[in-house]
Design a protein around this ligand. Structure first.
Ligand code: SF4
Ligand code: SF4
Length: 288
């Protein structure tokens, strides 16, 4: 089963939920945690991971053979990302903008474009206290997270439970992270901002056809609008975590909730049971 953890905005407690869910399940399940928040992966801080291997992530970018090029401009026309331009007698490429789609080299009538690899991140793997761990890291200054996320997701475990900690927001990196999940857990807080971003996140998840549920973090801080919305939209709130200075203190010291307050382990196991029930019911109804 693949469970992705997402949130419409940063700072809602995604890392807290992902790491505690992994720790709560590790004694009864084979668990792999994939930190796909590649711009700022921080699960490793909480899990004190040992990294045992890594692979660089490359994308193919165009290299122009000026001798073959006739400056016809077709490559610049086809590039949707303005990563290639014909200026007078020269063809300029902008590797930082290139998405590595290959359209320019495929369509160049003179076969003047070859591809070279550009490194833009790394995927690392290892372990942490009985949990398999994978994390993607986008090189500082790079803009495109999806290739690193894609490479990290190749390490998803087909046997056990894979937990994907997604980037915040609702843009391409989030879609890349949660696509293919059996369930997406949306972490939010009961404030107007939390509701606004939750609505956007639910829209994304529904478009992808993924079942979802909510973890309400810092309950007690705001109003009931998130609960009202979830009731209206028939989205289950599977776990509520109160606004609690002790939880905040643990988090600020890099200690997971399940380790710092072991009574939370059963609640996270219950969260998993709730997810499993929804996933099983959905797969039964799809089979009918
Ligand atoms: S499509 Fe090929 S030949 Fe035309 S400008 Fe681009 S590199 Fe040159
Ligand atoms: S590979 Fe795709 S994104 Fe990159 S320059 Fe060519 S057409 Fe543009």
């Amino acid at each position: 089963m693949i469970i992705s953890i997402a949130s419409g905005k940063g700072g809602t407690g995604k890392t807290l939920v992902a790491t505690s869910l992994a720790l709560a399940l590790k004694d009864s399940q084979k668990v792999r945690l994939l930190d796909c928040d590649v711009e700022e992966p921080n699960d490793h801080v909480f899990l004190k991971t040992n990294i045992s291997g890594s692979e660089p992530v490359f994308i193919p970018v165009p290299k122009i053979d000026e001798a073959k090029c006739t400056r016809c401009g077709q490559c610049a026309e086809v590039c949707a990302f303005n990563a290639i331009a014909v200026l007078g007698e020269h063809v300029l490429t902008f590797p930082q903008l290139c998405h590595g789609c290959g359209a320019c080299s495929y369509l160049c009538p003179e076969k003047a474009i070859s591809e070279e690899k550009r490194e833009m991140g790394v995927v690392e793997w290892g372990g942490a206290d009985g949990i398999d761990f994978v994390q993607g890291k986008l090189t500082v200054g790079e803009a495109m997270a999806p290739p690193v996320i894609r490479t990290a997701k190749r390490h998803t475990d087909s046997d056990g439970i894979s937990i994907i900690d997604s980037p915040p927001g609702t843009s391409c990196p989030v879609v890349e992270s949660i696509e293919g999940s059996d369930f997406c857990l949306l972490v939010t807080e009961p404030t107007p901002f939390g509701l606004n971003d939750l609505v956007l996140a639910v829209g994304t998840v529904r478009q992808l056809g993924i079942a979802c549920g909510v973890v309400l973090n810092r309950a007690g801080v705001g109003d009931n609008s998130v609960e009202d919305y979830c009731r209206r939209e028939n989205i289950p709130i599977l776990l509520t975590i109160p606004l609690d200075t002790e939880i905040a203190r643990l988090y600020s010291r890099g200690i997971t909730l399940v380790e710092g307050m072991p009574e939370w382990k059963d609640k996270f196991v219950g969260l998993f049971e709730g997810i499993k029930e929804i996933v099983d019911a959905r797969s039964r109804s799809l089979k009918r």
